[in-house]
Design a protein around this ligand. Structure first.
Ligand SMILES: C[S@@+](CC[C@H](N)C(=O)[O-])C[C@H]1O[C@@H](n2cnc3c(N)ncnc32)[C@H](O)[C@@H]1O
Length: 237
């Protein structure tokens, strides 16, 4: 993927989005809801690699009662995403400008209800599976911060990455549900929120793959599964 050019006035424009941005996200570890001014019992969804933030914006609009945190390591992309949140006047959408590798430093145990990973880099040409955001070491990292019944919602255009991810979920104690290899021609399309990359791939006629992975308990843990995992995203929370 081509790198985005550095945005003009990056610092001042980032400062103008300060209501949506935490310079030191690890300072919120364990009390994100409070730091974001959201109710203690609200759900928290985290998106990894939000790009220019279209999906995050629409998710936050559709779910005003959810505390939505989007992570993006590319400063120029993160800025555009934050400006979307600011211009839309969203009070429940916040950003971490950083790498997914910092996950356990950003969030505390049991803090996150759901993770979205949309069209992450497949790392296929370079053959570096350990860098994929669905590699088992990443899945174990997400587990550390997820609540009982936590889910990962994963979408991709890439068949080898999708196959790899299904295997990694199964091998790491996640139950895969709502699996489709053609989301836009499936029963779930009506409620699907498209990302920027998703629209681009759809225009090229590439079928979109999607899976919901539910965290199974490790030995000695109990996990209540979310039976409505694949219902209308706008209604089931
Ligand atoms: C292919 S783009 C997809 C953007 C968006 N999710 C979409 O579907 O339109 C992948 C994005 O993930 C970001 N990204 C990749 N690896 C990341 C990581 N380890 N931590 C945070 N962001 C990451 C990239 O900077 C890029 O913006």
């Amino acid at each position: 993927m081509a790198r985005m050019r550095k945005k003009k006035n990056l610092i001042s424009r980032t400062e103008a989005c300060s209501d949506h941005f935490f310079e030191d996200p690890s300072a919120n570890r364990g009390h994100w809801r409070e730091a974001c001014g959201m109710p203690e019992d609200c759900r928290m969804f985290v998106e990894i690699g939000c790009g220019k933030g279209l999906f995050a914006e629409n998710m936050a609009k559709n779910h005003p009662d959810v505390c939505y945190v989007a992570i993006e390591r590319e400063p120029s992309c993160c800025l555009l995403a934050m400006e979307k949140a600011k211009n839309a006047g969203l009070r429940n959408l916040f950003f971490i400008r950083g790498d997914a590798l910092g996950f356990p430093e950003y969030f505390g145990e049991n803090e996150v209800d759901r993770i979205y990973i949309n069209f992450c880099d497949p790392w296929t040409r370079q053959n570096k599976p350990k860098r994929r955001l669905t590699y088992r070491a990443f899945l174990d990292m997400y587990r550390q911060v997820m609540k009982e019944g936590g889910q990962i919602h994963f979408k991709t255009d890439n068949d080898p990455l999708f196959d790899f991810s299904l295997e990694e979920f199964e091998a790491s104690g996640w139950k895969t549900t709502c699996v489709t290899r053609d989301l836009h021609h499936s029963e779930w399309d009506k409620e699907n929120i498209r990302t920027e990359f998703e629209s681009k791939y759809a225009e090229q006629g590439i079928p979109i793959k999607r899976v919901v992975a539910e965290m199974l308990p490790k030995k000695g843990e109990s996990v209540h599964s979310d039976e409505n995992a694949c219902e209308n995203d706008a209604t089931h929370i």
